[in-house]
Write a protein that binds this ligand. Structure first.
Ligand code: BGC
Length: 377
């Protein structure tokens, strides 16, 4: 369905009424549930917009169609104080200064492809290299820096569907890739992200979202005291350029063992540079399953990650350097925030032993990830 102001109004009315019936007492304090749109300036000579998705609990997710970026995810803490649990900015201008993928959709290939090269059959492809000799997060102008066509989806909860056609040869990738990413905010405080794609030539595809979380809502507090649990018995060790060696190593007895909840800071100093690795999930990407839980006792918030993907990149914000100022006015510094990026394994196009990331013409790429926020009072 195409965006119309009639839809917007009807959606707001219908969803607003439902919210009032459920929460009569707080209706005056809680913004109306639904979806709204505001003009948000220009990028690449085109107008971009900011969409606000609000659920009946008053949780708000803001998304711009520039890069499909989640700019804020505002939830209440144990004291009912609302703040954003993701790093972001209030203006498009800051996103145009290339922050390290804050909140963005990543594609065509999330994480690295070694040497920026891969082969399919006897054809070798050279990709844009933007991380030393390697290709990272789709290249110089990846999906995080393009303008997506936005359509609301008419439903009982607020959804935003984003569409982008990545042309044959873009950043060196073969084939026209037709991509749709649908964000939905449910009344259970889940941000559901559904990725769909088709291609007309075989191409690697590995889509993810690059939100940086700090559950305290305050990036002045580090994430070192957050507790993390990842349902993974293995991880993929990397070389000095952060390219997997191809091995899958057991986490048992290492600082990578998060099979039971551990604070991030407890063992981080024994991992050179901090955590920036792919965990091999026990779920193996077989179906949508809970794979990780992050929690913070200060705010009482916890975040559960569900995915259909076989891997999870836990990145502890190792390259954050204070250069960017969050919407709260604070600098985003080393360990201010962390990413939990659901994915296929890095450099899979060059690692025959890893699950394949090649999408063939006629096949449908479909991947689902859910970030669910809760609070312990
Ligand atoms: C990667 C890091 C990279 C960061 C960029 C993460 O997904 O794993 O190595 O530096 O993205 O912000």
């Amino acid at each position: 369905m195409k965006w119309t102001s009639a839809f917007l109004t009807a959606g707001l009315l219908v969803m607003g009424t439902a919210a009032c019936n459920n929460q009569e007492k707080t209706a005056s304090e809680t913004p109306a549930a639904g979806i709204s749109k505001q003009a948000w300036g220009q990028a690449d000579g085109q107008t971009v917009d900011l969409y606000s998705l609000t659920n009946s609990k008053g949780t708000i997710v803001k998304i711009t169609n520039y890069g499909g970026i989640v700019t804020s995810f505002i939830t209440k803490d144990k004291n009912d104080a609302a703040s954003s649990i993701v790093v972001g900015f209030d203006s498009i201008a800051q996103y145009l200064q290339s922050p390290p993928y804050f909140g963005a959709i990543i594609g065509r290939y999330g994480n690295r492809i070694g040497g920026g090269k891969f082969s399919i059959g006897d054809q070798t492809y050279s990709l844009a290299t933007n991380d030393g000799a390697n290709h990272l997060h789709g290249g110089i102008k990846g999906f995080d820096k393009v303008i997506w066509t936005a359509d609301p989806v008419s439903d009982t909860v607020a959804s935003l569907s984003l569409h982008y056609l990545s042309k044959d040869g873009e950043e060196g990738y073969p084939g026209n890739l037709d991509v749709t990413v649908k964000y939905t905010l449910t009344d259970e405080d889940e941000l559901r992200i559904e990725y769909d794609a088709t291609t007309d030539k075989p191409s690697p595809v590995n889509l993810t979202n690059h939100s940086y979380f700090n559950l305290t809502g305050d990036v002045q507090a580090t994430i070192l005291d957050h507790q993390l649990q990842i349902d993974a018995n293995g991880y993929t060790p990397v070389d000095a350029g952060l390219i997997p060696t191809g091995e899958i190593k057991a986490v048992a007895g290492t600082p990578f063992d998060f099979t039971t909840a551990n604070s991030i800071g407890s063992r981080i100093d024994s991992v050179e540079g901090g955590y920036d690795h792919n965990w091999v999930l026990n779920s193996k990407g077989s179906s949508l399953q809970k794979v990780a839980t992050l929690s913070d006792s200060v705010s009482g918030r916890y975040l559960e990650v569900f995915t259909t993907e076989p891997g999870l990149q836990f990145y502890s914000g190792n390259f954050l350097d204070g250069k960017f100022i969050n919407h709260t006015g604070s600098a985003v510094k080393l360990r201010s925030a962390l990413c939990l990026e659901t994915q296929h394994f890095p450099d899979s196009p060059n690692k025959k032993e890893f699950p394949s990331t090649i999408l063939e013409p006629g096949q449908k790429y479909h991947s689902v990830t859910v970030y669910k926020v809760g609070v312990k009072k």
